[in-house]
Design a protein around this ligand. Structure first.
Ligand code: AMP
Ligand code: MG
Length: 379
């Protein structure tokens, strides 16, 4: 075959689909009429040009021909471009959700765009996503709804507010046998500071993460990382069709040399316990503070060695949300690392939107994992 990916155009929006995906999607459209899926018929499929970049893509072992993988790469890239545009252009305003966490125009716009893309590509698939339209509908802040619609309209020119609400609410909190999970802006606080944030998307089947993808606009000039179970963890640039490079965790076995990562926000962790753990393990350098699953990307590319998500003393019963962990966990595993909860248990993605069976997270290059768990048992 001359190409692995082809590009479908609808208005200004570009979604990468793979040969065969259109036929399958059309079939689904016939079986399950869906107004969004109908739009597939207007897509104009074109083969990607045969360039050296294309050959680089073909030289990888990741199966970009696979509809779900092609979808994750294309839809995430498009969503990340939208997030970047909003971070560049808009004054950073945030609304406050019921749980007191911030949410921005970008969270809503990215979830709307991805909700729409998923409805078009896989109309039957469930999406478990962080946001819902209630906060946006209910905000007394003037102009926020318009900003969300205008942002989405950059990709979907005729988008209306009602459609945007519907696309956001394509993501609910009910999971199932097969579902996607999305954090439209993971690290909203980092996004507001102009620091690290990611768009995180994962496909979970029978409780196992099968695809984990992180778009990291502010990491290393902007990267997109995709892990596929059994096919490794790969990185490409967000800015253009570059080749994919395989990622591998570090080989660091010496705790004294370990580069530790933790949340930027002190209230998302336990700083006192972190100090005690570092002493027990023998880590000498202070941890790098970073928002979001960008930390998992850093670990997977081998520029960090160990990461703790400890329970804040203020929230001892905090349970992780699946959209904060699913994509990152496969990224770590497929790069050769290890990820468990603080008790050494595997993360269980089969029990709903919260990881109720797990406490916190420890992730490592594998070599340092046992030392980390041993220190946790003592501290
Ligand atoms: P990070 O920047 O790694 O701390 O991750 C950001 C994520 O932390 C957000 O998406 C929140 O869902 C999550 N979060 C919010 N509150 C807490 C908390 N008390 N402990 C741990 N994580 C939290
Ligand atoms: Mg998050």
């Amino acid at each position: 075959m001359l190409y692995q990916l082809s590009y479908a155009h609808h208005g200004n929006s570009r979604i990468v689909v793979c040969p065969g995906a259109e036929e399958q999607a059309k079939q689904r459209t016939i079986d399950h009429p869906n107004p969004l899926a109908q739009e597939l018929k207007t897509w104009n499929l074109k083969p990607a040009p045969s360039t050296p970049e294309c050959e680089k893509i073909m030289g990888t072992m990741i199966d970009l021909d696979h509809p779900e993988i092609g979808f994750a790469v294309g839809a995430l890239n498009e969503a990340a471009q939208l997030a970047k545009r909003i971070q560049r252009k808009m004054a950073p305003t945030a609304l406050t959700k019921e749980d007191k966490s911030p949410v921005t125009v970008a969270d809503f716009a990215v979830q709307a765009l991805l909700g729409r893309s998923l409805a078009m590509a896989f109309p039957e698939d469930i999406l478990v996503a962080e946001e819902d339209s209630a906060t946006l509908r209910g905000t007394p802040q003037q102009g926020i709804q318009n900003q969300v619609v205008e942002s989405v309209a950059h990709s979907v020119p005729d988008a209306t507010l009602e459609q945007v609400y519907q696309w956001i609410d394509r993501g609910g909190k009910e999971s199932g046998h097969r579902f996607w999970t999305l954090d439209p802006i993971d690290g909203t606080k980092g996004f507001l500071r102009g620091d690290q944030y990611v768009v995180a998307l994962a496909l979970v089947v029978k409780g196992e993460v099968q695809i984990g993808a992180l778009a990291c606009p502010n990491l290393g000039g902007g990267s997109l990382i995709i892990a596929v179970r059994g096919q490794g963890c790969w990185r490409t640039h967000l800015t253009g069709p570059e080749g994919f490079e395989k990622l591998r965790v570090s080989t660091c076995e010496d705790p004294a040399q370990a580069r530790l990562l933790r949340s930027f926000e002190a209230e998302h962790t336990n700083v006192g316990q972190m100090d005690a753990l570092m002493q027990a393990i023998g880590v000498s350098a202070q941890p790098v503070l970073m928002d979001s699953q960008a930390k998992y990307a850093v670990l997977a590319e081998g520029t960090g060695d160990l990461l703790f998500r400890l329970l804040s003393p203020a929230y001892p019963d905090y349970r992780e949300k699946i959209w904060d962990q699913a994509a990152g966990s496969l990224v770590i595993e497929e790069a050769g690392g290890q990820i468990t909860d603080l008790d050494g248990k595997r993360l269980d993605f089969s029990v709903g939107p919260l990881l109720t069976q797990n406490r916190g997270v420890v992730a490592s290059n594998g070599h340092l994992h046992e030392a980390a768990l041993k220190a946790l048992r003592a501290h």
